[in-house]
Design a binder for this molecule. Structure first.
Ligand code: GMT
Length: 370
């Protein structure tokens, strides 16, 4: 079967997931065509089963906003015809589901039926998608998709709450490739062995509450020798750096920027912080758990489906920094408890193993492509 995957090619969770999905499907014999504006960051190897096609949006002085959806839908039509693509799987509704529907209609006109699978990821529904500027178009394209999946039960409920949905929404949770995570090893040479390593990974947007990460760490670092590793980049980074300076912990916090070595960094981490304002799933928390790292998070959205309170980590109300710091200290203080949480985190992550989740997508594809 030949599948076209549309996603954001950046470090965001939806793009990472779509890339991993495509790579795994290619190993299972599918021909995969990624169609987006840049080669996905995690797509290092293109081979005879994995291809990338760039969507180019020409500049024109009249265009204040270059029409990406138009370029994408045209490219989809061209690629479906050229490579005999059987199905399009679009990740993140905006604008992908909309562009795919336009492509479907254009292809319909020439007698080609192309099924569309739309996977909802999070802010395409909760933050951006439900904004009055986009709502009608997002609702329309969800309802017109041949199959819709959401990455958590919580996101499915939010979608039904926020839109007038007359299509089924099926939960297929995000996955992790456990083989990519080394068991907890010795500490990295760059860091002193007696420091606890606390880690945060995100795209540093407001919803991630980066300042909370710093404040939680500040309290932890008063109790133990510890280092905070901040992986990723985004609009809140400079504010976070200023806060570290103000709190006098600049020397204890390392801002790595965007990294392709998250797996290695997690393998020597002791605790993962995710105090987000909203989070439909929290793929970064699952990745930490796959590396046996307990998670301290907010109790919001789909996070409690991933991080189980008092088992794989601890959950607090959004913004309850002091409780999150207290929970962190509680876990780190007892070696026995810390090890137990590490094992529990790994045990729970196994439920989201790539080899368990991919067949769910394969079933969908087989049902739609006869
Ligand atoms: O909205 C974002 O943060 C971007 C989006 C993405 O493209 O990475 O993240 C969402 O999708 C991820 C993958 O399914 C989920 O793990 C994140 O929880 C979700 N983010 C939010 O809901 C804030």
């Amino acid at each position: 079967m030949t599948i076209g995957i549309v996603c954001y090619p950046t470090f965001g969770g939806s793009g990472v997931l779509a890339t991993e999905l495509g790579i795994e499907l290619s190993k299972r014999g599918y021909n995969i065509h990624f169609i987006t504006y840049h080669q996905p960051v995690k797509l290092e190897l293109l081979n005879h089963k994995v291809h990338f096609h760039e969507v180019k949006v020409p500049k024109y002085p009249l265009f204040h906003y270059p029409p990406y959806e138009l370029a994408l839908s045209s490219k989809l039509v061209e690629m479906v015809k050229k490579y005999k693509i059987d199905l399009l799987h679009v990740h993140y509704a905006i604008p992908h589901a909309y562009a795919a529907y336009m492509a479907k209609k254009m292809l319909d006109d020439i007698g080609i039926n192309i099924p569309i699978v739309t996977t909802l990821h999070g802010t395409d529904i909760t933050l951006v998608g439900s904004h009055p500027s986009y709502k009608n178009a997002v609702e329309f394209s969800i309802n017109k998709s041949d199959y819709v999946t959401a990455v958590s039960k919580s996101l499915k409920e939010d979608t039904i709450k926020l839109f007038d949905i007359n299509n089924n929404i099926n939960v297929i949770p995000n996955f992790v490739n456990l083989n990519k995570y080394k068991p907890q090893g010795s500490k990295n040479n760059l860091l002193n062995d007696d420091n606890y390593i606390i880690t945060h990974v995100s795209n540093f947007r407001k919803v991630k509450r980066i300042q909370d990460v710093i404040k939680i760490f500040d309290t932890i670092s008063k109790e133990f020798k510890a280092k905070l590793l901040m992986i990723g980049d985004g609009p809140e980074r400079s504010k976070a750096e200023r806060l570290c300076k103000k709190l006098g912990i600049k020397g204890k916090v390392i801002f790595f920027g965007k990294s392709n070595e998250t797996n290695e960094i997690l393998s020597f981490s002791d605790l993962f912080l995710l105090p987000s304002e909203i989070e439909s799933f929290g793929l970064s928390a699952l990745e930490a758990m796959a590396a046996k790292v307990p998670v301290i998070s907010s109790n919001i959205g789909g996070i409690p489906e991933v991080n189980i309170h008092n088992f794989t980590g601890m959950l607090s109300d959004v913004g309850n920094i002091s409780e999150m710091a207290m929970f962190s200290i509680e876990i780190l203080k007892s070696k026995e408890k810390h090890n137990l949480f590490r094992e529990n985190a790994y045990k729970h992550a196994k439920k989201f193993d790539i080899h368990k989740i991919i067949p769910k997508y394969e079933d969908v594809y087989k049902k739609l492509v006869k």
